[in-house]
Design a protein around this ligand. Sequence first.
Ligand code: ADP
Ligand code: MG
Length: 336
Amino acid sequence: MNKGSGLPGEFELIARYFAPLAKGFPGAYGLLDDAAVITPAVGHELVAKTDAIVGGVHFLPEDPPDLVARKALRVNLSDLAAKGAIARAYMLDLMLPNTIGEAWIAGFAHGLALDQDEYGVHLIGGDTDSTPGPVTIAIMAFGEVPTGRIIRRGGACPGDAIFVTGTIGDAALGLEVLRGKLPQLDAASAGFLVDRYRLPQPRITVGPQLIGLATAALDVSDGLIADLGHICEVSDVTAIVEAQRVPLSPAARAAIETAQGGGLATALTGGDDYEILFTAPQAVAGALAELSHRLGVAITAIGHMSAPSTETEKRVTVVAADGRPLRFAYEGWRHF
Ligand code: ADP
Ligand code: MG
């Protein structure tokens, strides 16, 4: 990283803010070596995932740095959980413009420290550079899963039920609140939805327990319908979702009521839920209910999978309570 930004030197920054986050993980060598070593438990293999977030695209420059850090980490932990993996470690690539001061980095590192405690992961390395562009943060997370047992997208079968953890649509509606589009909504509901947007709750307790139960899974980041479409495509099945069974929080219900149309579409097609969407045979519904109860996380059946009847058949059909298919202008977030 170039000097002249008013920041301490690169190595000073690493020693001050990042090396403490590597404590307790021997293979990180205190962030004093070129690379790190991860040894999975016997009978396990590593699962890796990376996600980058860019200032002005995924977060705003004025967002609190601790929340930016936690969201950057959590989106990766969510992917690992959806694969049935237990997260162990992560690497951090930080691209910083010279407008960033030390207080921002201190806040960012503090956010990481909080989530390391919450999720039992360690920082084991990374890279720090200057950039003429916006703040860019890439995290790569590593988890472990019993060998051969990773839950993939491709295993859904006709007749499987479709399940989702938690509630859907909160984050997308929270973003509408931040954009000033839900001015009628009561303050408590608005606050709840904005929190759900700002700080996802990766379902790390649920994911690993789905091994042996789920046939396919992913985490909902692009929007429920779009992400279900991804499972359908890889599994070569179609999906029928019953709109009235999709679990909504009381705040999301309130938002949909005040939205005067379009609110349900936002909930079903908006992104950033970070819930686990998965398919499983109907026969394990009882085991899933027991799991949900034990973990204190809602697991709700929202529809079922079916065999495609024609090549052009829509992958995902959403039906209203009266059986009528619902149509949405677009199915999920796309960058391009
Ligand atoms: P190299 O010269 O081999 O590329 P660096 O000098 O960039 O290594 O980094 C020195 C050490 O600091 C390495 O262990 C690297 O993983 C770690 N490191 C650098 N930047 C970060 C960061 N943002 N977060 C965590 N560790 C970092
Ligand atoms: Mg080196």
